[in-house]
Design a protein around this ligand. Sequence first.
Ligand SMILES: NC(=O)c1ccc[n+]([C@@H]2O[C@H](COP(=O)([O-])OP(=O)(O)OC[C@H]3O[C@@H](n4cnc5c(N)ncnc54)[C@H](O)[C@@H]3O)[C@@H](O)[C@H]2O)c1
Length: 366
Amino acid sequence: MADKGKVKVGIIGSQFEATIHVESFHILPHEAEVVAIASPTPGHAAGLAKQYGIPNVYTDYREMLKQPDIEMVTIAAPNRLHCQMTVDIANAGKHVVCEKPLCMTLEEADLMIETCKKQGVLLMYAEELFFTPKYVKVKEMADQGAFGKLYLVKQSEKHFGPHGGWFWDVSQSGGGVFMDMGCHGIAFAYWFFDRPKLKKVTTHMDTHVHKELTKGEDNSICIMEFEGGAVGLIESSWAKPGGMDDRIEVYGSEGVAYANLLMGNAIPTFSENGYGYAVEKAPTTKGWSYPVFDELYNYGFPQEMLHFARCVRGKETCLATGEDGRFVQEVLYAGYQSAGLGQTVELPFRPQGVARPIDLWYNPIK
Ligand SMILES: NC(=O)c1ccc[n+]([C@@H]2O[C@H](COP(=O)([O-])OP(=O)(O)OC[C@H]3O[C@@H](n4cnc5c(N)ncnc54)[C@H](O)[C@@H]3O)[C@@H](O)[C@H]2O)c1
């Protein structure tokens, strides 16, 4: 494919994750440049545009899609909007990067994948754990046989709850912490084991500390049993005080590795006065805190966006696809159903007509 220079990117959204996208392209600017941003909260979009020199700002993303030079659009908007946005982007002939979770329902996942295929554009699933340098190193060692035959991969992400109001509203998010953060671990285990067939899913979930805020679960544990016997164990929590925790453990017949994403790179710090910023979702910077450096790079966001831009140019094959997102969606269904029934659920599990994954926890299919 002829080199057309940097991939021109439009971003939908202007707050938490959109800022990460903007900064990621800024950190690794070799393959892509952000040329537009769209968000109905114009102040935020204009602020980001000014800070990072983004030339075009829109309040309606559909207007942005008419900008001819844009080749790839990233979606950093609430989950319930992902499907419609993907369809609109693809129909405008632009490649799609969609934040996790892919969407609300399996029907939406199918529509997103089909539309992108029909329009000849890529549907890239923004699962940054596939690009997190510390976790990628563990996967490389596993692929080199360091741990022998893998039998268990654990992933957990925990903090005291999300930053935006819509996450707590299950009609906008589709579910609680299992949907929001369990989706990372589900994708991670699937990727780590090289995408084997999934046989069974067993989950437990409850709302332990945020009952006044949400009808969603704030703690979940999910066991994924793959063909061949390997197991993924995913723990996700919005109920853990004290800031962000993200870690993996990998067990095999001949080895083991533990990787703590945040603490390994942190600076154990005591301050009576506090200071500006420690790390995502840290409740305070006074007393003991654990500030990190190069936070986005440690998570893998810039590497992820660089990879997606290279995929658009045909320089790399996409490592995180719409199909990965659809797999995660099916496991989300199975997980809510399992918790609702109090039983293990066998895959495939693809019920039609489910409005939100969490509905299967409230009213499991009998
Ligand atoms: N990969 C990760 O680790 C990660 C982390 C955080 C969030 N996310 C995902 O990113 C997405 C956005 O989450 P967030 O944390 O940025 O939420 P947020 O509340 O911080 O921001 C949401 C943004 O969506 C915009 N928006 C709302 N309606 C819109 C519309 N109709 N058109 C265009 N923009 C609209 C808002 O203006 C806002 O800028 C979610 O799907 C979330 O799951 C991923």
